[in-house]
Design a protein around this ligand. Structure first.
Ligand code: ZN
Length: 419
């Protein structure tokens, strides 16, 4: 606890990973020891893992006592920190958000009973691991989990996976087979980001669409989903349809909810009860928070990579239809953001044509060039919050959306006092 407080005092972020970092150095086997007798669920994806984790925890909470790493420290040390700083010694279940690259190490130590796998797309450029290579790492860790269960003659862990993302599907299916390596619940959660999946991840042959993706060369195709989203309704196994009515906006969050609800069902939670928990999630580590500022309601949105920006721009457009909210975009390029901003050329800013857009952030010049090529008429501002003030004064808007990448988002969250 002292380490956590010191880290906060020193201003190094929320300090949610520091105890784990130190303890991890002292005792590398600690993570395994602390989770030995607990049920563990891991949630991983390039985008949406924090929200899916939060939703899954909310879905389970009425029935079971849940430990989760809510502040988004999702490497081994973050998971360890969550365990070490848990004020309650006994929990029924741990639900951990895990970074795509850290999933192997965390799974080795914690031996999860359930893997929830959302999507794989490229992250910012200089953090980018080739997506196909990442898929192969997931395939290897799932195969290892299957082998371990067989060797120990213990029940096999289960997988809840997005069947619309071919990279996820290729990772879950046994090599060269259309059978999953572990018992799998397929969720048609959508995958609007097709730039990284234009060809088969197994053999690089271009897809045929029927309209599902099919590889004519190796036979890989989209598995039949057990759960699917249809016009905002969730179809459960057996065919019942339920309206989601979420507090969080957008298609991406409906997909996160579908995965969380399917995972909750795998754990044995009743759908109706799980849904009422998921519906109550209205912000996740500051994301989607609404705060009063400069006489308007400002909503904080976070997007970290091309697929995330695409989701947020469409989410925002969906919501702005009625009010055409002014929008402030904020771009930084510090370490966690990726120092190279060329990924913004993959973001379809053209979607914002006709909107009142102001841009700001440490790399506002890069964003200005990109927006000019997208045909947007943007206002360039020095400071994002000053931009909000000016927008409110000039447009008399009652609501403004503030969309920022990682460090810009954290700066705004601190300045606006959003917990
Ligand atoms: Zn193929």
């Amino acid at each position: 606890l002292l380490v956590r407080r010191t880290s906060r005092v020193l201003g190094r972020g929320a300090g949610s990973a520091a105890p784990g970092t130190i303890a991890g150095r002292l005792a590398p086997g600690l993570l395994a020891a602390l989770t030995q007798d607990r049920q563990v669920v891991v949630v991983s994806a390039t985008n949406g893992k924090s929200t899916t984790t939060r939703m899954l925890a909310a879905a389970i909470e009425p029935q079971l006592s849940v430990l989760t790493n809510v502040e988004g420290s999702n490497l081994e040390r973050g998971v360890l920190s969550a365990l070490l700083t848990d004020p309650r010694r006994v929990r029924d279940i741990c639900v951990f958000e895990v970074d795509e690259l850290a999933l192997g190490a965390v799974a080795d130590a914690t031996k999860p009973q359930v893997y929830v796998l959302g999507n794989l797309s490229r992250d910012q450029l200089d953090r980018m691991t080739e997506v196909r290579a990442l898929g192969r790492r997931w395939a290897a860790l799932l195969a290892a989990a299957a082998a371990r269960a067989e060797e120990e003659q213990s029940p096999k862990p289960s997988v809840v996976a997005n069947c619309d993302d071919p990279h996820v599907v290729a990772a879950v299916l046994a090599a060269g087979s259309d059978e999953p390596v572990l018992p799998t619940t397929w969720v048609a959660a959508g995958y609007p980001w097709t730039t990284d999946a234009a060809a088969c991840p197994r053999c690089a042959h271009p897809w045929t669409y029927d309209p599902r993706y099919v590889c004519d060369s190796c036979g890989l195709q989209r598995p039949e989903p057990h759960w699917s989203l249809e016009d905002g309704m969730l179809r459960a196994p057996g065919g019942s349809r339920t309206a989601l009515d979420l507090s969080l906006p957008g298609r991406a969050n409906r997909a996160n909810a579908a995965l969380a609800l399917a995972a909750a069902a795998t754990i044995g939670v009743d759908l109706e009860q799980a849904l009422s928990g998921v519906q109550q999630v209205s912000s996740v580590a500051g994301r989607y928070s609404r705060v009063q500022f400069a006489g308007a309601e400002v909503r904080l949105l976070l997007a970290k990579n091309p697929a995330g920006w695409l989701e947020m721009l469409t989410t925002d457009a969906e919501l702005a239809d009625t009010g055409r909210l002014p929008l402030v975009l904020v771009l930084n390029a510090q370490g966690p953001d990726g120092r190279d901003t060329s990924w913004i050329w993959d973001v379809p800013f053209e979607l914002l044509r006709g909107r009142e857009v102001t841009i700001a952030g440490e790399r506002v010049e890069d964003l200005a060039v990109r927006c000019r090529y997208a045909g947007l008429d943007v206002t360039v501002a020095g400071d994002p919050l000053q931009a909000v003030e000016e927008l409110v004064a000039s447009t008399r808007a009652k609501r403004v959306d503030l969309l920022a990448n990682y460090t810009a988002f954290e700066q705004l969250r601190r300045r606006l006092g959003v917990s």
